[in-house]
Design a protein around this ligand. Structure first.
Ligand code: C2O
Ligand code: CU
Ligand code: CU
Length: 511
């Protein structure tokens, strides 16, 4: 054989082999991507309930909490990993305060790197919001204080350092913040914390061979890390002993990227009573409720003596094409939490047919209507820029925001400072789980969602609030923008600038 010919044959063989390997790799990746733990979880760990954070009342009548972000090692139940937590090795205590109270949270950063603590869902001044402009350097403290002024709701807190949020949350920095308000709560709802009113913080994790958390996303994922193991309140394979006829679960999706569609393995109905920003107008009997990262649902489940049932996440309908669904969790099923009813159950009242009346905001009263388009890792074509204020909202006005994801991929949309109402989804009235106060909403591809919010107070031309996709990898990649709330006639200033409010909000000191 002539040398040239031999080289050609060898080259052809090499190319064919490479192609075959490539195709095999893609096929393997595609086929191996679906995860299901349905029916295969042995629920062996009692669900840990985050402790209620102790608080004191200071000389000025403020309710004072302490949060210490620190590194530690956490036992997930079947493995121990290096983690971060507030006041412990993983997650944080539940903060609880009432409407009208002034709170002060002393946030101490005992990590080796800077972080922030953001109060997700809270209506408060931008300087206290804990976004990327309120960095807390390692070894220092931050002292945000504000007056709680919103309906009873299940909120949460987590870091928000620009470009690093995914890693900080994934390592374990997150906790619940429950707001109480007699005027917008319902006495018949189960309300004994840890007994019949239970936080359910759901996250997906991926562990490496040595038991530590794996932090990088898989190949071909455009949403960042998707785990194959569910942890609830920091425990794998958890069960909850239920001692009452009905139990209220405050479910928070604190995952980085995963969308859950919660229901029960036996397909029983439950009552959806609350969403991100408070209770709904009525309990809705449902079999499923979908939560994208950052969203919350309060559900009430009835149990019979001695029975067991499993809270499961069914494959969520992300609204994307098959390929995208498969690679991004759209076909995955997880057993999340087993409920074990005691042989004798304490009685609980029936749920009332009405819960909380909330007037609908009226789009005809909107001072502005704005469009937001999500594509790539940008909003309206822009990547997040800490030095650019994207929009200026006038205090005391109502605005309509029309948000559309132009992508085959999953995105959602979160606004700081306000709770909004969903006017419509693709022109249709909102379904029950979008009928109440929300701060985060899932975006199906090419499906416009119209939101309406009132920006009642807290003007500050220099300190922006954020809006962003809450898929943390997207947020870190820049799918985020900034708005300021100003007095009528006032102009936006310089982000992070200081007009006498104290640098970065709250005051800083070594802790
Ligand atoms: Cu839960 Cu801007 O975040
Ligand atoms: Cu937030
Ligand atoms: Cu996104």
């Amino acid at each position: 054989m002539r040398p040239l010919r031999r080289v050609l044959i060898a080259a052809t063989v090499a190319v064919v082999l490479l192609c075959a390997a490539g195709v095999a790799g893609v096929v393997w990746t595609f086929n191996s991507r679906t995860v299901s733990t349905a029916g295969s979880v042995e629920f062996v760990h009692a669900l840990p309930v985050p402790p209620l954070a102790p608080s004191t009342v200071d000389g000025e009548g403020r309710r004072v909490f302490e949060l210490r972000a620190r590194a530690g090692r956490h036992d997930f139940g079947d493995r121990t990993a290096d983690t971060w937590g507030f006041n412990g090795a993983y997650l944080g205590p539940t903060l609880r305060a009432s409407r009208g109270e002034q709170v002060l949270v002393n946030v101490h950063n005992e990590l080796d790197e800077e972080t922030t603590v953001h109060w997700h869902g809270m209506h408060l001044p931008a300087r206290m919001d804990g976004g990327p402009h309120q960095m807390v350097p390692a070894g220092t403290s931050w002292h945000p204080t504000w007056t709680v002024d919103q309906p009873a709701a299940t909120l949460w807190y987590h870091p928000h350092p620009h470009g690093e949020t995914a890693r900080h949350v994934y390592r374990g920095l997150a906790g619940m913040f429950i707001v109480d308000d007699p005027a917008t709560s319902v006495a018949q709802l189960p309300n004994r914390y840890g007994v019949d009113d239970v936080p359910v913080i759901v996250q997906d994790k991926r562990f490496s061979g040595n038991g530590n958390l794996r932090e990088s996303g898989p190949l071909f994922s455009s949403v960042g890390l998707l785990g194959d193991t569910i942890v609830v309140n920091g425990a794998t394979a958890p069960y909850l002993d239920v001692t009452t006829e009905r139990v209220r679960l405050r479910v928070l999706n604190a995952s980085n990227a995963r969308v859950f569609d919660f229901g029960f393995a036996d397909d029983r109905e439950f009552a959806l009573v609350g969403t991100d920003g408070g209770l709904l107008g009525q309990p809705y009997r449902m079999k499923r409720v979908m939560l994208s990262p950052g969203e919350r649902a309060e559900i009430v489940v009835d149990v019979r003596p001695g029975e067991r049932t499993v809270l499961r996440s069914f494959p969520p309908d992300l609204g994307a094409d098959t390929w995208t669904e498969r690679l991004n969790g759209g076909e995955d099923t997880f057993d999340v939490l087993q409920l074990r009813a005691a042989d004798r159950l304490e009685e609980r009242p029936e749920l009332p047919s009405r819960l909380v009346d909330t007037p609908r905001l009226d789009p005809r009263e909107a001072a502005e209507t704005r469009q937001f388009t999500l594509s790539g890792t940008r909003i309206n074509g822009d990547r997040m820029d800490m030095d650019r204020i994207d929009l200026t909202v006038t205090k005391g006005t109502t605005e309509v925001w029309e948000v559309t994801s132009q992508e085959a991929l999953q995105h959602n949309f979160h606004i700081h400072d306000v709770q909004f109402q969903v006017i419509d989804v693709d022109g249709a009235p909102p379904p029950p789980h979008l009928s109440g106060w929300k701060d985060t909403v899932y975006l199906r591809p090419n499906t416009p969602v119209r939101l309406i919010a009132r920006f009642a107070d807290h003007a500050d031309p220099d300190m922006p609030y954020m809006y962003h996709c809450h898929i943390l990898y997207h947020e870190d990649e820049g799918m985020m923008g900034q708005f300021v709330v100003v007095e009528p006639g006032q102009k936006a200033g310089t982000p992070g600038g200081d007009h006498g409010g104290g640098h970065g909000g709250g005051h800083r000191g070594h802790g």
